[in-house]
Design a protein around this ligand. Structure first.
Ligand code: C5P
Length: 316
């Protein structure tokens, strides 16, 4: 049987950014298994685009996928376990309405890379379906739905630079006077976030309940001082990520030798990010890393906006 034609209605495309953690202080695990965090998120110019188009009543939520060349998306599920589909179901349930829409995801953010690509997709789905279904959900409700979907999802809605507390889901915008340039180096193989947190607990059995504060990073952002920011970058998940993937230490060293001010594992890894003094330094660092045989090296500006509707929907 051929599918019923979709009802008329304008598709909506939402662009949502990847993130890096400029500071990631991790405390001892809470009773619910999550770790208390003090983190500083920054949204970077690397995006997934999600298009939501109308579907016939009863069709449910379907998801199709494309990706930029050479991006491995074999690990992305297309069923109801995909975070974008879960976001759509949660939004529909919140409003007590049917969840009928055709979702198409065009991925550029590496999968399982420590860049919160899946969280970006969930945030994009919330914003796109809110518009498609003409719901006008209050921001506070969207943020609550986002927090239930994952610790990084609220930040993907907010974007810019922001302080994250709780398990990362409590997000407050952070004043940021800078225009920063990052080199992003993805890895062929992803790292599981729960595994890196577990290994963190093994390496730091006496981690304090209170995570390390982020004063130095917040001050560097306020001042727009790239050298101060480079000196202040901190990630408590870097040691466990490097222990699980010792090859990343060579990469961090290579990027700093190539001209970056500082290299850092992004979140739980394995993507490594390199803060550079300006766009020229970022381009030459990226060029040197490419010449030494690294694939998929990107130069991205930051901060950028959180999930937002594009004026012209993408063709799918
Ligand atoms: O919140 P989210 O679903 O993205 O988290 C994925 C996994 O990462 C959790 O199941 C948990 O193992 C770990 N995590 C954690 N503490 C946090 C955030 C995530 O232990 N604050």
């Amino acid at each position: 049987m051929s599918p019923a034609p979709a009802p008329a209605g304008a598709p909506v495309t939402v662009r949502a950014p990847a993130k890096v953690n400029l500071h990631l202080g991790v405390g001892a695990p809470r009773a619910d298994g999550f770790h208390p965090l003090v983190t500083v998120y920054q949204a970077v110019g690397l995006h997934d685009d999600l298009t939501a188009a109308p579907a016939a009543p009863g069709e449910g939520l379907t998801l199709s996928l494309t990706a930029r060349p050479h991006l491995d998306v074999s690990g992305v599920p297309l069923d109801a376990t995909n975070l974008a589909v879960r976001a759509g179901l949660a939004l529909a349930a919140h409003h007590g309405r049917p969840a009928d829409a055709r979702l198409h995801l065009d991925k550029s953010v590496p999968v399982a890379g420590g860049l919160a690509g899946g969280s970006a997709d969930a945030a994009a789905a919330l914003v796109a379906l809110d518009r498609l279904w003409e719901l006008q959900t209050p921001d506070a409700d969207l943020l609550r739905l986002a927090a239930d979907l994952g610790s990084d999802v609220p930040f993907a809605l907010v974007g810019g630079s922001a302080l994250g507390t709780g398990r990362g889901e409590v997000v407050d915008p952070a004043p940021d006077a800078g225009a920063w340039w990052w080199v992003v180096v993805p890895s062929d193989e992803g790292l599981s976030t729960p595994r890196v947190y577990r290994h963190h607990d093994e390496l730091r059995p006496a981690a304090p309940a209170e995570p390390r504060p982020a004063h130095a990073v917040l001050a560097a952002l306020r001042a727009g001082d790239v050298h101060a920011l480079a000196a202040a970058l901190h990630n408590d998940l870097q040691a466990p990520a490097l222990d699980l993937r010792p090859d990343l230490a060579d990469l961090l060293e290579a990027g700093e030798r190539a001209g970056a001010l500082r290299g850092l594992v992004s979140g739980s890894g394995p993507t490594c990010v390199f803060l550079c003094a300006d766009v020229g330094a970022a381009r030459s660092t990226a060029g040197a890393l490419q010449e030494s045989g690294r694939d998929g090296v990107l130069v991205v500006p930051a901060p950028v906006a959180g999930a937002h509707v594009l004026d012209v929907p993408r063709e799918v």
